[in-house]
Unconditional design. Structure first.
Length: 228
C-alpha cells in the first residue's frame, strides 16, 4: 500500500461480527486498489475484534483501531477520520456493502471533472429477522458535474428529496477540505450525518454526481434506530 492512498474508507463497528466480512470484503475487492481501510472497533463485546484482526492479517491495506469504551459510531468515525491518509474520505457501515467498481467510478468521474465531493445512489435492501431479503428500493440521481457555488446549491434540495443528501456513506469527501473546515461528526442518536454534510456543502463549489447506485444499505425490521 502506498503511504498516501487515494481513498480512505472508514468502517466503524460494534458487535457486528456476522456482517463485517461482507462489508470489508466489498472494500478490499475494489477494482481501484489505491486505498486504505480503517476499521474502528467501538468496544465490541462479541467476536468482532477477532474477525477484524483476521481480516487485517489478510490485507496490508487494513488498519484496526480501538476505542477504549463504547462511545458510538460518531466517535469511531471521527477517530478513523483523524488517522486517514487518503485524498478522499469515504464511510461504510459494518452491515452495508459497496459494489466493487465504486472507487473506479469515483476516480473516473474526478479525472473528467476534478471536484471536492462525489455523490452516488443507494440500494436500500430490506431484511427480516432471518436476514432474508424481502425487498429493495433503488435511489438514484441523474449524473452531473457541477461547477460553482450556485450550481451546487441548486442540487442540494433535489438530492435531499431523493434521500441522497443526508447520508455519509454515499459520498466521497476531499479530506484536505474536511480538515480545513475542522469538521467532526456530532455525537447524537440520529441526524449526525446531515449535520456533517450541512457544513461540508455550505460553501462547496464543485460536485460530481454518479448516475449509479453502487451502495447497498441494509434496513432491518428490528433493532435499528432507522427502523424504529
Amino acid at each position: 500500500m502506498s503511504m498516501n492512498p487515494f481513498f480512505s474508507i472508514v468502517i466503524p463497528f460494534h458487535n457486528a461480527a456476522k456482517y463485517l466480512p461482507a462489508a470489508v470484503g466489498s472494500a478490499v475487492s475494489q477494482t481501484c486498489s489505491d486505498l486504505e481501510i480503517i476499521l474502528v472497533d467501538d468496544a465490541s463485546t462479541d467476536r468482532s475484534c477477532e474477525t477484524a484482526r483476521r481480516l487485517a492479517r489478510r490485507d496490508s491495506r487494513i488498519r484496526l483501531l480501538h476505542l477504549s469504551r463504547n462511545a458510538g459510531a460518531s466517535e469511531a468515525r471521527n477517530l478513523g477520520m483523524d488517522l486517514a491518509r487518503g485524498t478522499f474520505l469515504m464511510f461504510l457501515d459494518a452491515d452495508d456493502r459497496f459494489d466493487v467498481d465504486l472507487c473506479a467510478q469515483i476516480r473516473d468521474s474526478l479525472k473528467r471533472h476534478p471536484a471536492d465531493a462525489v455523490v452516488w445512489g443507494v440500494q436500500e435492501e430490506y431484511r427480516d429477522e432471518r436476514e432474508h431479503l424481502t425487498g429493495r428500493k433503488i435511489l438514484r440521481f441523474p449524473a452531473a458535474s457541477l461547477e460553482g457555488l450556485a450550481a451546487v446549491r441548486r442540487k442540494v434540495l433535489p438530492l435531499e428529496r431523493a434521500s441522497l443528501y443526508g447520508y455519509l456513506w454515499n459520498k466521497a469527501y476531499r479530506l484536505e477540505r474536511v480538515r480545513a473546515l475542522g469538521l467532526r461528526i456530532p455525537r447524537q442518536s440520529f441526524n449526525e450525518d446531515i449535520m456533517f454534510n450541512l457544513t461540508y456543502f455550505q460553501e462547496l463549489s464543485s460536485l460530481n454526481i454518479l448516475g449509479s447506485a453502487p451502495s447497498h444499505y441494509s434496513k432491518r425490521t428490528s433493532g435499528s434506530i432507522t427502523g424504529t
